[in-house]
Design a protein around this ligand. Structure first.
Ligand code: PL4
Length: 419
């Protein structure tokens, strides 16, 4: 018998992987789509499920990516590791998004918001409480399960006021965001010392938090000694000038909030990979250690920086020409969102979002969200995202993504209104 047949691996799997209750949402949607396609080979399926960009990177920004690649081919412009990010990019992010309020050592360039959320979960470790908007982007909860902060019987609260409305993870305080509370949660359920994941414009509901609401969230974080991880990945979709684009518009947020953001949905960098996190120096852990210093230590250890090519593209995206291109691209997807909303309206389906966000959240009272997902796939050949994948409060909803070509969106809307 070959020696390798006798090999007995004695390395255990991280038990947190076994604590995840289901597969990750988006691969599961893809699996069901493929299953349907195999049985219905003639169906032309349209994706309105995963929020994946479809439109080309605009010319000025794309030109900078090309030039970034060329720079690497010349000895005089070649660059290697740039661990926390190119200074020029960090400076321009501070200026464009935060009026220069942060030093470049408070802005960390990443390979995307999701990747930094995962690393932040390592920073906080297993001993924190977690609070999330319910529904919310699944990475906040699933990543917390992987870091050991959720999913264990660790004695922390299960659900916030109003209950989970379904099965959630132990260690997570679910903050239901429903039509009844206009998608802004009751904050009284947040436990002391929580990491609060908060996303605005929200994925999946499309709701955007107002300034007074964000001030209330910041006050709740101060009251409970909590840290907010504020996900502003869709801030470029805000058109209503009264709505805050960053949590740092609120006094006191620098002492309680980290902000993550991304070029994915603004400049079409979903496949390029570039984002950033703001970690203010005024933010401290309960033991008095600086969060900024801890983050710097952690990222220096487990991350080697975003691609330099992508960073040159990011710098171009934030100059005058690049800003115009971002506006054009986000306007385009908001145009899709308008069409989707109108189609749903003609079907008398009540929905929110899509005006300052690329997601539309549609309500189907009394129905299970996977059932509605299946109905839309079977009847219209349109893939959506079932609301329950975003948390217990999403059960009677499905999400429509406005990321798609105009041809596809128009065709999907035609099917919805005519079939
Ligand atoms: C599918 C609130 C999409 N495979 O590209 P990144 O890492 O800078 O940003 C990811 C991200 C961060 N924060 C929020 C997001 O909604 C997203 C992207 N979400 C969606 O359909 O919900 C893409 C999902 C992808 C994923 O799992 O992220």
């Amino acid at each position: 018998m070959a020696a390798w047949n006798l090999l007995l691996i004695m390395v255990k799997r991280n038990p947190n992987i076994g604590r995840l209750k289901a597969g990750y949402l988006f691969p599961e949607i893809l699996r069901r789509r493929r299953e349907f396609a195999a049985l219905n080979p003639d169906a032309r399926i349209i994706n309105m499920g995963v929020g994946n960009t479809t439109e080309p990177v605009p010319p000025h920004i794309c030109g900078a990516l090309v030039e970034g690649a060329r720079r690497l081919g010349r000895p005089e412009t070649y660059s290697g590791y740039a661990d926390e990010g190119l200074a020029g990019l960090r400076e321009v992010i501070s200026r464009v998004y935060y009026n220069g309020a942060f030093g470049i050592d408070e802005i960390f360039i990443s390979d995307g918001a999701k990747c930094d959320i995962g690393r932040l979960q390592t920073l906080f470790g297993a001993e924190v409480r977690v609070a999330v908007q319910d529904p919310s982007y699944p990475v906040y909860v699933d990543g917390s399960v992987l870091s050991g902060a959720a999913g264990r019987e660790n004695g922390f609260a299960g659900c916030g006021e109003g209950g989970c409305g379904g099965e959630g993870y132990a260690g997570v305080t679910y903050l239901p965001c429903t039509p009844e509370n206009n998608y802004f949660p009751d904050l009284s359920g947040i436990g002391n010392g929580s990491v609060i994941y908060f996303c605005s414009p929200n994925n999946p509901t499309g709701a955007v938090t107002t300034k007074p609401q964000l001030a209330a969230l910041t006050a709740a974080a101060h009251r409970t000694g909590s840290i907010i991880v504020y996900d502003a990945a869709y801030s470029e979709y805000i058109r209503d000038a009264s709505l805050p684009k960053t949590i740092y518009e609120i006094d006191g947020a620098r002492k309680c909030a980290i902000e993550v953001n991304s070029f994915s949905k603004s400049a079409g960098f979903t496949g390029v990979r570039l984002g950033w996190s703001v970690v203010p120096k005024e933010l401290f852990f309960s033991g008095g250690e600086g969060v900024n210093a801890g983050w710097s230590r952690l990222t220096a250890t487990v991350f080697n920086g975003a691609s330099n090519i992508a960073q040159y593209g990011g710098i171009a995206a934030l100059d005058d020409e690049g800003r115009k291109e971002i506006r054009g691209l986000t306007d385009f997807y908001l145009g899709n969102a308008r069409l989707i909303r109108e189609a749903l309206k003609t079907l008398n389906i009540s929905c929110t979002g899509g005006d300052n966000s690329p997601y539309i959240w549609a309500r189907f009272p009394g129905r299970g969200s996977w059932d509605v997902f299946s109905e839309f796939l079977e009847k219209y050949h349109v893939v959506t995202t079932p609301g329950s994948g975003f948390g217990p409060a999403g059960e009677t909803f499905i999400r429509f993504s406005a990321f798609g070509s105009r041809v596809d969106v128009e065709e999907a809307c035609r099917r919805l209104t005519e079939r």
